[in-house]
Ligand binder design. Structure first.
Ligand code: ACO
Length: 311
């Protein structure tokens, strides 16, 4: 019996054989990957903004240099991801145009403001913690270039998470005002972080097919549960309280029960109406426009070099 091209493709996926750029793949697989990888890249890029806000106000030279290099790492992650997406036949110019026009999505989490220094702790501890949980399994995603990009991203991301936790720990061991600042930041970041994993499985249009193609290795709800199970004991260790009265250890499930995310808020943020959506996109477009001369100079330099080498 002859297998169709599509059946052969699925058989390779099921055998955990990586798909590479020049292999045949269904159009929908290519489209889904371009969507997910470009959204992921945009998240890294926009994700520089909330922390960039604190570089000039970090409480010490040491904190400032750590934050500066962490934000630079995020730019690097964006670059690996744009490169991975380009292997599927799209261009960086096209992806950036879609981001800047508001057509492309990026993670909801980066549309929340960073109001205090403790927010730098929460972004590292919670937001990067959620990112790692989501991304470690992506090191085994079926598309080769995406999986390989994730290996390095995850190494850097776990370093970021530890620096965030260390900021929280320092605040929690400090003066009562510092501990209160840490708790206040946790109160604001907890629920938005749970939203990072996406809608509930039953409301997620992409999960079933992406699991079948092994693009995703866990569902949104599975990862959200893992996150709560990992973070509740860490909050307890810090002496902080997670702002959800329903959080309770469930002996039978060997997992924490927890309350319901406010999905109206989630969709409002995804649709562009979060606290900082306009600000973030405005800052991104401005940076792109103000960087035009750098791109022009790099192109002129490359052209001159090519001319010189041709002689
Ligand atoms: N913020 C914004 N949009 C979201 C979010 C979110 N937190 N969660 C889901 N969505 C969007 C999806 O992109 C999808 O939109 P689209 O179909 O119009 O493109 C829609 O909501 C429905 O969601 P799902 O069907 O669940 O989408 P998907 O299967 O792509 O799952 C997820 C979403 C889990 C984010 C997945 O794309 C993923 O794992 N991406 C890679 C990791 C990533 O992008 N992380 C970014 C934040 S971490 C960081 O950058 C530091």
């Amino acid at each position: 019996l002859e297998m169709t091209q599509e059946e052969q493709f699925q058989a390779r996926i099921d055998a955990d054989v990586r798909i590479e750029p020049k292999d045949w793949m269904p159009d929908a697989y290519r489209k889904t990957l371009i969507r997910q990888i470009s959204q992921h890249a945009h998240s890294e890029l926009v994700g520089m903004l909330p922390e960039g806000n604190w570089i000039t106000r970090a409480p010490s030279l040491k904190r400032k240099s750590i934050l500066l290099s962490k934000v630079q790492d995020e730019a690097g992650h964006g670059l690996y991801l744009y490169s991975a997406a380009e292997t599927l036949g799209t261009t960086r110019d096209q992806m950036l145009a879609d981001l800047h026009s508001g057509k492309a999505k990026y993670s909801s989490i980066f549309n929340y403001p960073t109001l205090s220094w403790a927010d730098m702790g929460c972004v590292g501890w919670l937001v990067d913690g959620a990112a790692i949980l989501n991304q470690v399994p992506l090191c085994r995603t079926s598309y080769g270039p995406y999986a390989r990009a994730m290996v390095r991203v995850c190494k850097e991301e776990s370093f970021h998470q530890r620096q965030g936790f260390e900021i929280m720990q320092t605040l929690c061991e400090g003066a009562p005002e510092q501990k209160a600042m840490a708790q206040e930041a946790l109160n604001r970041w907890w629920w938005p972080t749970l939203m990072m994993f996406g809608p509930k499985d039953e409301d997620s249009p992409n999960t079933a097919q992406s699991m079948n193609w092994r693009i995703k290795r866990f569902t949104n709800d599975e990862l959200r549960q893992k996150f709560v199970d990992m973070m509740v004991p860490q909050a307890e260790f810090l002496g902080l309280t997670v702002p959800d009265e329903k959080v309770k250890w469930n002996e039978a499930r060997q997992a924490y029960d927890f309350g319901e995310v406010n999905w109206d808020e989630f969709w409002a943020v995804v649709k562009g109406n979060g606290l900082c959506n306009r600000d973030r996109l405005g800052a991104r477009v401005k940076a792109h426009e103000e960087g035009a001369w750098v791109r022009e100079a790099a192109m002129a330099h490359a052209a001159k070099r090519a001319e010189r080498e041709a002689v």
